[in-house]
Design a protein around this ligand. Structure first.
Ligand code: MLT
Length: 269
């Protein structure tokens, strides 16, 4: 496969766990996971194409292209099978991995994401935002996307966390934002893919997530043959940033379970 080589930050040793970031962020969002999980696994956090240190490349917008980037990253790292997980857009890419590269998966983590395709109104809204960002820069993201990214607890009581999220959104390059919006608009429904999945799946959701709700998370956990669901209190859409300790506990329990070790396992969904 030719194509973009993703810029990646890694930490730790052991079972490889790839974490794919949300829109419109970068691998910087996984700071607390690189720090908190590096004692239990090898955390591999790439910048998806166009974001952070990764170039955008010439391909047409597509989640399949993003999934192939991740498969190529595994080749580059010498990893045959990894736990692959993602938050929101990262979850869409993970589901594209489940479709295109199921043999590379040791386990799957779907955080604050959903398996359904976009309805027509959401697709046109993405095109509107893509056009606005290319024309006027990222101010539209700060006005329209940023407020929904965190839960009410973070918005009301955690100004430092909200400020960090704002900084991540502001840093997003307009060309990558437009490309990713168009890629997400074209994604298919993934429920059949989830039903056919042969690997264990951990679904995580912030209880205050208004973009991809606890009901969306429950539907994914029920669709997969081997699923567990963890709901994180006082967190919204960016549960990994808003409540990193609870998020990391869920992931380390899953990693321990996969490795056959004794760990606090998330309950079965
Ligand atoms: C994200 O957090 O990645 C976005 O909310 C995904 C989306 O726009 O559907």
């Amino acid at each position: 496969m030719d194509g973009v080589q993703l810029y990646t930050r890694s930490a730790g040793e052991g079972l490889p766990v790839v974490l794919l970031h949300a829109f419109p962020m970068s691998s910087a969002m996984w700071l607390a996971q690189r720090e908190g999980l590096s004692s239990v696994c090898k955390v591999i956090t790439p910048d998806l194409r166009g974001f952070g240190g990764s170039v955008l490349g010439e391909d047409d917008p597509s989640l399949d292209v993003m999934a192939d980037d991740v498969a190529r990253l595994l080749d580059h790292e010498g990893v045959d099978r990894a736990v692959v997980g993602g938050l929101s857009m990262g979850g869409y890419v993970t589901m594209a991995m489940c479709r295109r590269h199921p043999d590379r998966l040791r386990g799957v983590i779907l955080a604050d994401t959903k398996a359904g395709a976009d309805p027509e109104a959401a697709r046109s809204n993405r095109e509107r935002i893509a056009a606005a960002v290319l024309e006027e820069g990222t101010s539209v993201l700060l006005e329209e996307v940023l407020p929904g990214l965190v839960g009410q607890t973070t918005a009301q009581r955690r100004a430092m966390v909200f400020g960090r999220v704002r900084g991540l959104v502001q840093a997003a390059p307009p060309t990558a934002v437009a490309w990713a919006q168009r890629a997400m608009a074209g994604r298919p429904d993934s429920f059949d893919t989830l039903r056919a999945l042969k690997t264990p799946v951990l679904v995580i959701v912030g209880e205050e997530d208004e973009i991809t709700s606890p009901a969306d998370a429950g539907a994914m956990a029920e669709a997969v043959p081997d699923g567990r669901l963890v709901v994180i209190e006082k967190a919204g859409h960016l549960s990994a940033i808003e409540q990193p300790e609870a998020f990391n506990r869920a992931v380390s329990g899953f990693v321990a379970e996969l490795a056959g070790g004794i760990g606090e396992s998330p309950s079965r969904g």
